[in-house]
Design a protein around this ligand. Structure first.
Ligand code: HEC
Length: 126
């Protein structure tokens, strides 16, 4: 694991700085905005900021896209709430309400469908 981290470091440092692309884009619903907030707090460290992925976890842009393994909200939410402890996916039933989990699904599926751009989304009411 230590070797992996050392080996990956130059690649991570070489990533180009990415400006917040959401700023000029169409506003998102309050639910999607809340989903982005919850995702950033709870999920981004493993699934990547802006759902852009991480080589060692499931790529949610593929999994939540139409036809993906968790494209269905029920399937997505079941994994989020119960986790897959044996595979490194924690359970979030103690940390997210059903409403927050639904917001995370709205955000992630919006990203997967290409409807929500990367970056901090602009909420509709600002
Ligand atoms: C500690 C790291 C970690 C965190 C934090 C985490 N995940 Fe995961 N997640 C994983 C791993 C690893 C997998 C792959 C599990 C497997 O191989 O089945 C996964 C799988 C998933 C899957 C299933 C994808 C598929 O293709 O079957 C979903 C959905 C998911 N995560 C959503 C989330 C959401 C939403 C959050 C935040 C609320 C989150 N995860 C937080 C590590 C994490």
């Amino acid at each position: 694991m230590r070797f992996l981290r050392v080996a990956l470091l130059p690649a991570i440092l070489a990533l180009p700085w990415r400006p917040a692309q959401g700023q000029g884009a169409a506003p998102v619903s309050p639910q999607v905005y809340e989903g982005w907030r919850q995702y950033s707090v709870h999920c981004a460290r493993c699934h990547g900021q802006d759902v852009l992925g991480n080589p060692v976890t499931a790529n949610l842009l593929e999994s939540a896209a139409p036809g993906g393994a968790v494209a269905d909200e029920g399937a997505f939410t079941a994994v989020v709430m119960q986790g897959r402890p044996d595979k490194g996916m924690p359970a979030f039933h103690d940390q997210l309400t059903g409403e927050q989990a639904a917001a995370v699904f709205a955000y992630v599926s919006g990203r997967a469908a290409g409807a929500v751009p990367a970056g901090r989304p602009r909420p509709a009411d600002t």
